[in-house]
Design a protein around this ligand. Sequence first.
Ligand code: SF4
Ligand code: SF4
Length: 299
Amino acid sequence: MAITEKPAKIRPDKIFGLGIVLGYRCNFSCAHCATAEKKSLSLTNKEIIAILRAIKTHSIKSLLFVGGEPTLYVPVINGILSSLERLDKTEVGITTNGHFAGSRGSAKALLSTFRKLDYVQLSYDKFHLKFLPGPNVKNLYLACKELGIRFNVLFAMESPLDLALLKDLKAVGDFPISIQPVLPLGAARTNSIKYKGVLSTRKMLASRCPSRAFMSYLCGQGFTSCCSSLTFSGSFSGYVHRSPMAHRDSHFYRLISKLTLGEIRKKLGLEREPLPEMQASPCPLCERLFAAKSRGSSK
Ligand code: SF4
Ligand code: SF4
């Protein structure tokens, strides 16, 4: 799951965009998959009602559907889109593995089944390439171009050597590519895959949550601004809430939206908690702090 556009300032009452995790069904088995531990396979009617209520209450104008693989959930997506009052004013995107783009025609046929689609993000890296035939990338890019849908690529990197793959990608066409380090989550953690750290202890402690301005709905769980370690570790449940405002009003959100991780560590009285080795993001430290808090409060 990844949301790439970031508002300049957080307004507690304003939700600029919503990421919707439809469920964890997928037809690939990537070795670095953060969602490998399938928490829930699809949204219930009650969850869809909660999502629609949040979109209406906060006049949300941008929706990103993710999974799992969102193209396995087209009827659910279309059901949500057909219930929106101002679909014409709502931006709609998906993050997909591109499995359906065996030809330009099959890509166009699948994309045309969406009631509305403004942009497609393709997840592409050496792990996806074990399942994704190389020509699918160009087929999908050209299909999007012909349908007037924006196209970009999310590229997960385990080591700088992976950058060699970008050359092939750039030969396909001119589109934005976002590079993200692989974090030790889900299958990546099981398979000991992660981007070797670039953040020193000092920088980790001075970091703030990178996704504090975002909001997602996680299938089977609820609303949260976290799209990383806490979401996928399962060791702390206080990061997820029944509505966006319940989340923004929570003690957890007040901590991660206002404080650095070093300040949170102090506030939670966890200065003796050992720090993780160098990491590519502050998320492993965040996970460690809230897991320790969880252990402490359950004693
Ligand atoms: S990383 Fe994406 S495409 Fe790969 S198994 Fe996980 S959800 Fe499926
Ligand atoms: S793990 Fe912590 S720092 Fe990372 S996105 Fe989630 S809340 Fe933010």
